[in-house]
Design a protein. Structure first.
Length: 164
């Protein structure tokens, strides 16, 4: 929170909401053997496969907003669990393509159903998943996510009296 703000800042609230959502999804995914991050990966992969895409790890990282190295780590764990398969891209031997296995598709469909129920519960105060307030909220979040952040440049004034 900032000194000039009478209440929580938008950044603090977004952070709290993200943490609340992550914890809820982690708890809901535990019986399926997934974490929230793994769910994000398999659910995204599921949607991309349904659209006819067999994405590379890099493409999936870009889609989910996760670091490529983290996607690689998650993909290896999901491969060990039998949920995805990793293969070399025939067009680029440096790239690894991902696809859900049959077991992965079944687990992912279950997980998506559970998360949709959670999402309905979380968005109930706005009128539910299909409510106008929820659509407006989604539009606002999309605007914020689509806005690139310029790298911050520290000035001499902002660093005075601080130690690196």
């Amino acid at each position: 929170m900032s000194k000039g703000s009478p209440g929580p800042t938008p950044g603090f609230l977004v952070w709290r909401l993200a943490n609340k959502w992550r914890v809820a999804v982690d708890r809901a995914m535990a019986p399926l053997g997934l974490t929230h991050a793994q769910y994000s990966l398999v659910a995204s992969l599921h949607g991309m496969q349904r659209a006819g895409e067999r994405p590379s790890q890099r493409r999936l990282a870009d889609h989910t907003g996760l670091e490529a190295l983290y996607v690689s780590k998650l993909a290896r764990a999901l491969e060990s669990a039998g949920l995805i398969e990793r293969t070399r891209d025939p067009r680029d031997p440096r790239a690894v393509q991902l696809a859900l296995t049959e077991q992965g598709q079944a687990v992912t469909r279950q997980a998506i159903t559970v998360v949709q129920e959670l999402l309905q519960q979380l968005l109930e105060p706005l009128g539910g998943l299909d409510a106008p307030r929820t659509r407006a909220f989604t539009d606002e979040l999309t605007t914020l996510l689509d806005t690139p952040l310029a790298p911050s440049v520290l000035t001499d004034e902002s660093t005075q009296g601080t130690t690196p």
